[in-house]
Structure formats: C-alpha cells, structure tokens
Design a protein around this ligand. Structure first.
Ligand code: ZN
Length: 442
C-alpha cells in the first residue's frame, strides 16, 4: 500500500467536550443513560475501519457517521457502477465511474462534517492488512470474497481487533462479532471464536456462488449492515451483550432471525492455544481464487462505459475485444462440442432446419432471450427429455448464459443417443456482445 493510494486526514486530537451544535445534533443519544455525554465522547474518539464500501458498507458507514463515530476508514478499490445502485445506498447516478471511497467520503462528510473519513483505495491483502488496520479500534468485514475474509480475520486476531462480520446471499444474511481476545458474554472466562473457528477450510473454488452469480435482494444488505453498525456502537460504548460467540442469521422471506452458539476452537490455527499462523499468509493461494474477480472487474468497466457513453442509457456498440470469430481473447474453444454465436446467427438467417434450445431458468429468459430458442431449463431436462423424442438425428444447438450449462445439456443429450448436439460458445452473454450488442448483460 503506497501513501498515494490512501487519503488519510490528519490525526484528530482527543475530543473532551462537545460544543452547543454537537450537543443539539446528538441530543437523542445524550438523553440515553447508556450513551450520555461520556458515551458520545467515546464515539467521537473512536476509529472504525469498514472493509468494503458496497451493499453492507453503505448502511454501516452512513449510520456510524450519523452516530458521530469520529474516525471512519473506508477500504475499497472499486468504482461505482450502475448495477450497484440496486442496494448500495451511498451512491447515485451522478457518481457512476467514480471511486467508491471518494464518493462515500463526500456523502459521509455531508451527513456529519465533524467526522474524519480516511479513504483507503486499496485491495486489502496480506502485504497491507496489518498496516491498514493497526490504528483502528474496530474492524468491520463488509466484503464479498473468501480470500479477503480470511485475510481480515487473521489480521484482526493477530492485532487483537474486534471483527464485526456480516454476509449476505439471495434472501439470507448473517452477522456475528469475531473477537478471540474478548470474553464470550455467554461463557464467562471463555474467549470468543474467530472466522477460522467457524470455517476452518475455504470452500472449493467455484462451489459457492457470489451475489453477482446468485443474486441478492436489495434490502438485505441494509438490514445486515445496520445490525453490524449496531454491534460496532455497542462495542465502542461497552454496552449490551455483543454478538461474540453468537451467529445470528436472518431469513428475509420468512422474517425470521435465528441465533446459533459459536465457540472458540482451541486447535484453531490462528486463535487457538498453539497458533501456527502468526502473520498474514497468501490468501489467494489458500482459497484457490483471486481476491479481485477479473470477470466482475471487466463487467464493472463495461457497465460504466455503457452508462457514460449513452448519457445514462445503454448503447449498442459492438465489443471491440472479440477475435475474428467473435470469441473473447483467450477463449478455449472446443470445436467438437461448441459452435460460435456468429455461426448460429448465419444458420438462423439461412433458415436452416435445426432445434434451438435455451437451457437457462425462466427468470433469466425473461431478462433477455434469442428469438426462435425454445426454453428447456437444464434442471428440467431429465423430466422433459420426451419432448425431444424424434429429434435424435437432427441438429440441436443449446445455449445458456455463458456456455457452461449448455455444455452439460449437450453432453447429457449425446449420452441419450442424440447424434448432433452443440453448445453455443459464450452463451447469450457473448451473443449480446457480438450479434445483439447492447442487449442486456446480467
Ligand atoms: Zn479461531
């Protein structure tokens, strides 16, 4: 982390009293005996680092700024893209393409000019994490990938910082506080667990879909992030029963909270009795995935480009990065199993006789589809194979979103005795870049 990537405001002097305006601003806090003047001064002198300035980071930082937390650090490398706006309430159309930390800092300082906002425009990794968190009192994990979660966890355990953890997926979220240096309030004398006590091993690469792949309801980060902000305030103020040793899950569709006990694992490699991890390790290697997903970074750039190019509207410009056959650079084209969107287009134009199948889900079909393609979701294929009876000797072309499911579909049909089955390379995602440029990407 070089100094140029971080905009850190000068260190604040300890605040020992509030002025008349501040007393007015915080009077709803001051009247609470659990907060009072002493608590408000504690908030004013507290330093909190929020890692991730997205869905969770938005409500977290807004509420912490409003509550008067004196120093808020924001760590995020991303820029604002149009698909962020469904849930990341710090941002607006006017901030598309700008650094999230810069836009967030402006918004938070507008909300509360008394606070200091430190902008850390960095990818948090093993080389910078200790330096990044060492001056903060509380760290908040609002990230969305496994290497960063393990990285933040280990650094927090090593430097004895409470780690207020939240995660979200589709309609479900969870929250807990990892703090192996603090007592588990439910088990006097016992310390709290860390993230590794809960998840000793990372999931197999690709086995857990991200929010970008699986979706997330836009309100959910608002709920979980607000709960994280509440835990931060409790930790700073030293009030209530912090969520140390307890994991609370929230199911949005049922409006149901459930709480599970979590215990510290004495054999944990980082917070256990005989730790083997005493400094940050290589988390990309440990998890088998990159911290920054190159595909999502490219999507963000494309989204921003389209939004900027069309005055906020999507524009139809062919993707200039495709090769002579209309494939993305480096695409491992499998001639035995695949056919390019351009070849499919010319067969459609020539009114060639073939069966064209879209094997995505109905909700995906509703987002964007190719006229002439018949919808048979991959999951339904075993039950619906009878619909394809009589087509065993015909040419069949299958497509999905990006080419993975359609390949499975094609292999299944071949096993069932179908002679000529091909998967459309790159799926409708590539079709909407090359054949129907400007068509929806999701
Ligand atoms: Zn642990």
């Amino acid at each position: 982390m070089s100094a140029t990537e971080c905009l850190t405001e000068s260190t604040r002097k300890p605040i020992t009293q509030l002025n008349a305006e501040q007393i007015n601003r915080y009077k709803r806090h001051l009247i609470l005996p659990e907060v009072g003047m002493e608590g408000q001064l504690r908030l004013a002198n507290a330093k909190v680092l929020c890692i991730g300035t997205g869905g969770l980071g938005s409500p977290i930082s807004l509420y912490l700024a409003a509550a008067g937390v004196g120093t808020i650090g924001l760590a995020d490398i991303d820029v604002v893209s149009p698909s962020n706006l469904q849930r990341q309430v710090l941002f607006g159309v006017s901030s598309i393409g700008e650094d999230k930390v810069a836009v967030a800092a402006r918004r938070l300082k507008d909300l509360n000019p008394d606070i200091t906002v430190n902008q850390h425009k960095v990818v948090v990794n093993s080389s910078n994490v200790l330096d990044l968190i060492k001056d903060y009192d509380v760290v908040i994990d609002g990230t969305d990938n496994f290497p960063t979660r393990y990285c933040v966890n280990d650094a927090c355990v090593i430097l004895k910082k409470p780690n207020v953890y939240g995660s979200i997926f589709r309609f479900e979220g969870m929250i807990t506080v990892f703090a192996p240096h603090l007592e588990n309030p439910d088990r006097p004398g016992e310390h709290g667990p860390c993230y590794r006590c809960m998840y000793p091993e990372p999931p197999d690469p690709g086995s857990v879909p991200s929010c970008a792949e699986g979706g997330v309801v836009g309100v959910l980060p608002g709920i979980i992030g607000t709960l994280q902000a509440n835990e931060v305030l409790k930790l700073i103020l030293g009030i209530g029963r912090p969520a140390i040793g307890r994991l609370t899950t929230f199911a949005a569709l049922d409006l149901e909270f459930r709480t599970f006990k979590l215990r510290r694992d004495p054999t944990c490699p980082v917070c256990g009795d005989h730790p083997t991890i005493t400094k940050p390790i290589d988390y990309e290697q440990f998890c088998g995935v990159p911290i920054l997903d190159p595909k999502s970074a490219a999507e963000t750039q494309a989204e921003v480009r389209r939004a900027k190019g069309g005055n906020g509207k999507l524009t139809a410009a062919p993707d200039p990065t495709l090769d002579a056959r209309g494939l993305p650079p480096g695409y491992a084209y499998n001639a035995e199993w695949e056919i390019t969107p351009r070849e499919v287009k010319s067969q459609l134009d020539a009114k060639k006789n073939f069966l064209f199948i879209d094997c995505r889900q109905a909700n995906e079909y509703a987002i964007t589809n190719i006229p002439g393609a018949q919808l048979i979701p991959l999951q339904q294929l075993p039950q619906r194979i009878s619909e394809l009876k009589g087509h065993e000797n015909e040419e069949i072309i299958v497509h999905c979103k990006s080419g993975g499911r359609s390949l499975q579909f094609a292999r299944f049909l071949k096993q069932q005795g179908f002679k000529d089955v091909k998967s459309m390379a790159g799926g409708i995602s590539l079709w909407n870049k090359d054949i129907n440029p400007g068509g929806p990407q999701y």
